[in-house]
Design a protein around this ligand. Sequence first.
Ligand code: H79
Length: 465
Amino acid sequence: MKRLHTALITALAALALVSSAAAQAPPDPYTPEAREARLAWFKQAKYGLFIHWGLYAIPAGEWKGKRCLGLGEWIMNRCKVPVKEYELLTRQWNPTKFNADAWVQMAQDAGMKYIVITSKHHDGFALFGSKASRYNVVDATPFKRDILKELAAACQKHGMPLGFYYSQSQDWHEPGGAGNDWDFGPDESPDRKEMKDYEGYLRGKAEPQVRELLTGYGPVALIWFDTPRMMTKERAQRFADILRTLQPKTLIDGRLGAAGDYVSTGDNVIPSGVQKNYWEVPATTNHTWGYRKDDTDWKSPGEIAFKLVDIVSKGGNYLLNVGPMSDGIIPQAAQDNLRSVGRWLKVNGEAVYGAGASPFGEEMGEPSAKGTKDLRGQALVLPHNEWRVTTQPGKLYFTFFQEPRAPFVLPEMKNAIKRVYQLADGKAVEVKEENGRHVLNIERPILDPMATVVVVEIEGDKVEW
Ligand code: H79
């Protein structure tokens, strides 16, 4: 008995030793498996809310009574506003109607599954309390409230993943940051020698601020870096190491310069076909990211729903932006349009969340028969926008954005078809076989003129030819 007891204690001690060794050596965040695990929520989420908010919301596209064309958040650059003058905007920063819960509630109503907000854009102003630079909302404005703290708390409460945009290279407020040639001269000489103390800026502001974001705001879903000017592999790796050390689960977007977890397409650029791997389209609801009072050309709910399903059918995520006004309110028209899409998603979300890409592709378009090339010398693809396909195991979701030709002939596949029905109301859709092809007889008028989803349940998990 005594011997058994000793053996048991020895075994337990050995077990404790092994598990404490495991606790001491966390899993390597640079393995493909670790990356895959980090991306699990992102793959499921598919649709996120981007928020561009900063001092630029005050001038809202106009400086001293003159319009500055271009993106709202670029006003300092486009109108060459000196730092000393632009800084004065901090005195006017008093968004009394800012309500973090209302923003998160809107994202939820819109069916969005993550939020990314500008913690610091190219203008250098931080929306969070920072020890690394006094040019921040807490230390430099009468408002004094830490916007990111409040948003992080609201997101935590609603179970909404929160990420931070951080402009790592461009910082027009700092002599060492990239981009401000009107106060501080060019970043590089004509033979591409660095002309500024860029290293000093990176080590003195950008890196410390990214550390602050990863230590003071709970779990950070991702950091969205942008415009990697002068970002050598080695410099990008320093940021990656900060993330992997402080929060190994935090994703890195595709614009750090290296070491990203997924690809970011160009702003508002949707690829013409299916792309492998993980990717995301950052996009605007009008033509600017930061609020401009003269831009009311909003994308309609139908356009947004199309783009969302289009992107999902090509294997990507959609990160769709709003630019709140200086009082803290998201423009009502943008809210209304996003909520309309949210109501559609409440009923049709199965075709989007966690859904895979189309196994077909011809529905997306085809190269110009005339052999026209695009700017990059690639064959120009003429898009078809009538319908898209997304997938779950054993299911194909055909989303129609207009009434399809009757009868609708399904793309060729070997799989037997088990059942066909409308997703929104479960009503069966008549399916026939003609000349070895499956033909659908979809009801008219079409159930939802914005987008009607027809589910085709197939034998087996995947389409076979
Ligand atoms: O944050 C948003 C943009 O401000 C940022 N990326 C998205 C997510 C961005 N940074 N740079 N760019 C986009 C490219 C900007 C190009 C332009 Fe311009 C800015 C075209 C017009 C204004 C630079 C300045 C080129 C011409 C003038």
